[in-house]
Design a protein around this ligand. Structure first.
Ligand SMILES: Cc1ncc(COP(=O)(O)O)c(C=O)c1O
Length: 316
């Protein structure tokens, strides 16, 4: 696969060092890597997970992407934005009983030309089923099927292009990210020589196997997946996670509580527990997802003040 075939989206990469007394106490450095694009829905891991799907669509002369996601999914917003940007169609099978056009994520998707089909919870379980996918492919022959979260070999190979271990202060001992459908973690494991730690934000017993399927045979060492921090389950969070996001926002690090906030709060707990040896240098990949804050606010799961603060738009 050649990236030269797609006109790359300009990205701005940056490193931010986090300063906290606890880090000093444990003699650790913590760096956060961010990748922003002019299209916020494609920041973090999103452009990387989708770029080689664009190459595939072009090679196979497909008219667009067909994909899957929940009603507030960052991945759906990213697919809608990506397809709109590259002049492709997008079709999403969304886990929902009704189409709520006021849902900010779906409103964005619709505005960007995405067609939406609804699947109830039971039907949605078939999203990785080979027969179901074959049936969908027959119905929509001109669409490239992109799995939920963009976690295919193509998705992982985009993420593998990042040099997440090269912090401004030297090579990291650990590269860390949130893991849900697994493609981001797999891409990092495939490309990084140092220890890689995924913090699972979903309760999904199949996640390790899904990650393993995307690994190159040479990359099967040196990684682990921590499943201690998903709390009550995917997209559920408690006030301590929100408080953590607020604390980080004071340092101009903007997180949401479903992926990056939950995962980085988990890293802080591991630090407290002495998981990392003194002298370790941690690199945390900020995988984006701030579009999800609007959906949390819409459902009144976060306050207006938190919405503004965590989005980085609070006054003062
Ligand atoms: C903001 C954010 N962070 C992390 C992840 C997890 O990435 P993956 O699904 O590749 O494990 C996702 C899902 O794609 C996400 O939207």
């Amino acid at each position: 696969m050649q990236s030269a075939e797609v006109t790359a989206l300009p990205v701005i990469a940056s490193w931010q060092q986090i300063h906290q007394p606890m880090l000093l106490r444990h003699q650790l450095e913590l760096w956060v890597y961010q990748l922003n694009t002019a299209i916020p829905q494609l920041s973090g891991n999103k452009w990387l997970k989708l770029k080689y799907h664009i190459v595939q669509a072009q090679q196979l002369q497909k008219a667009g992407f067909l994909t899957f996601g929940g009603a507030f999914s960052n991945h759906l917003a990213a697919v809608a934005a990506m397809c709109h940007h590259y002049g492709l169609k997008s079709l999403a099978y969304v886990r929902a009983d009704q189409l709520d056009k006021h849902n900010p994520t779906l409103a964005f998707c619709l505005q960007h030309g995405m067609q939406i089909q609804l699947l109830n919870r039971e039907q949605y379980r078939l999203r990785n089923d080979a027969d179901f996918l074959q049936q969908l492919q027959q119905q929509h022959q001109h669409f490239l099927i992109v799995p939920e979260g963009g976690s295919s070999a193509a998705g992982a190979s985009g993420v593998a292009e990042l040099e997440l271990a090269l912090t401004p202060n030297g090579t990291a001992s650990h590269v860390i990210c949130a893991a849900a459908s697994g493609g981001t973690l797999a891409g990092i494991i495939n490309s990084t020589g140092c220890k890689v730690l995924g913090i699972a934000v979903v309760k999904d017993p199949s996640l390790p196997a899904r990650i393993n399927q995307l690994l190159h045979s040479s990359a099967k060492q040196h990684w682990s997946l921590n499943t201690d921090f998903c709390g009550a389950g995917y997209a559920r969070f408690d006030d301590s996670t929100i408080q953590f996001c607020r604390d980080m926002a004071q340092q101009q690090l903007y997180l949401e509580p479903i992926y990056t906030g939950k995962a980085l709060a988990g890293v802080f707990t591991l630090i407290e527990q002495g998981y990392f040896s003194p002298g370790s240098r941690l690199s945390f990949f900020h995988t984006g997802g701030l579009q999800g804050l609007a959906g949390l606010h819409y459902r009144k799961l976060i306050t207006t003040a938190d919405f503004a603060l965590l989005s980085g738009s609070a006054a003062g």
